[in-house]
Design a protein around this ligand. Structure first.
Ligand SMILES: C[S@@+](CC[C@H](N)C(=O)[O-])C[C@H]1O[C@@H](n2cnc3c(N)ncnc32)[C@H](O)[C@@H]1O
Length: 213
């Protein structure tokens, strides 16, 4: 068994269409590969919402799973009673795998970036994004759009490999400064930033939680 799945070699230039094709090609084997890896990240991401919405009726919390893939985070959320969820991902084949799990309402195939998504503003109580920030995938240019579709007071939870913050050119000295800028501009406030050991087998992750203002 490999200790890490490498979909796209680190810092390799890859076009959005290349990313889409990569995940289209992996879609049918994705869940099996990650099950063998004992990938706990989706569970960590989902637990954030149980903590955040501890007193709420979970079935009423409207969630958008960004870079949802085959729905591993959605499955965890669903087990915890969150049943009002949509998914967005650029790979239709990944979304096809998610669809059979019957846990999402809308399954939207689109690139998450600076462009407006087919969603009204202030739609969601929460966004979860697990593993969407990695080589060639999402960038900080999508933050304003994520903020736009979340209701004021809503939550955005982003989990990713910690190392990527420091090793990927796209994120190094860019991702966290962009987060801070948006906070200074009064668009969101960071509620927490914590490091999660064993986010990925033997590799730590980082979880950011923001409240949209
Ligand atoms: C590592 S997978 C994570 C999937 C899922 N969240 C999980 O934890 O298993 C990354 C996903 O991001 C999607 N993706 C990559 N870049 C994207 C973009 N710009 N917009 C939307 N989805 C994107 C890929 O198609 C893939 O399904």
């Amino acid at each position: 068994m490999c200790d890490e799945v490498v979909f796209i070699p680190r810092n390799q230039e890859i076009s959005p269409e290349g990313v889409r094709k990569n995940y289209d090609d992996w879609a049918t084997s994705y869940d099996q590969v990650y099950a063998e890896l004992d990938y706990k990240a989706p569970q960590f991401c989902a637990e954030t919402l149980t903590e955040t919405f501890a007193a709420a009726d979970r079935s009423q919390i409207r969630i958008l799973d960004v870079a949802a893939g085959t729905g591993l985070v959605g499955e965890e959320l669903h087990k915890m009673g969150f049943t009002n969820m949509d998914a967005v991902d650029c790979s239709q084949k990944m979304l096809d795998e998610a669809k059979v799990k019957n846990i999402y309402g809308r399954l939207i195939c689109d690139f998450v970036g600076p462009e407006q998504l087919d969603m009204e503003k202030d739609t969601y109580d929460a966004i979860v994004c697990c593993g969407g920030f990695a080589t060639g995938l999402l960038n900080e240019d999508c933050f304003p759009e994520l903020i736009r579709v979340v209701k004021p007071g809503g939550i955005i939870c982003i989990t990713m490999r910690e190392l990527f913050l420091h090793t990927l050119e796209a994120y190094k000295d860019k991702l966290e400064p962009a987060m801070a800028r948006l906070e200074q501009e009064g668009l969101w406030e960071r509620l927490s930033r914590d490091v999660i050991p064993d986010f990925y087998p033997n590799k730590s992750g980082v979880r950011f939680v923001f409240r949209v203002l």
